[in-house]
Design a protein around this ligand. Structure first.
Ligand SMILES: [Zn+2]
Length: 101
């Protein structure tokens, strides 16, 4: 279980969502990397009762994740995934689809 992000091959800066040009070094070549978990920084409760959270990861990238399988609060550590499964485990779901060129 992990969430994909993009890393500049020149300066190693991490991005999500993906970019075409690195804001730090203007490079246009990136590689995909992934991270297993992060720490909840802020939580938003939607009118539907669904939580979304800003999750900060040690790789210096942050995700907006949909919280599945429970609830979280700021400071909680949470696993991240790009796959919304039938599992009931607490997870931060980051919708992601590769561009099909
Ligand atoms: Zn760069």
């Amino acid at each position: 279980m992990s969430a994909v992000f993009q890393r500049c091959v020149n300066c190693r800066k991490a991005y999500f969502p993906f970019r075409l040009i690195c804001s730090r070094c203007s490079n246009t070549s990136f590689v995909e990397d992934d991270v297993d978990s992060g720490v909840v920084e802020a939580v938003t409760l939607l009118s539907s009762g669904q939580q979304t959270a800003t999750v900060v990861c040690p790789e210096d990238v942050q995700f907006i994740a949909r919280i599945l399988g429970g609830t979280v609060k700021a400071g909680d550590s949470i696993d991240l995934t790009n796959t919304a499964s039938e599992e009931t485990a607490l997870v931060g779901y980051v919708p992601f689809q590769r561009n099909k060129a």
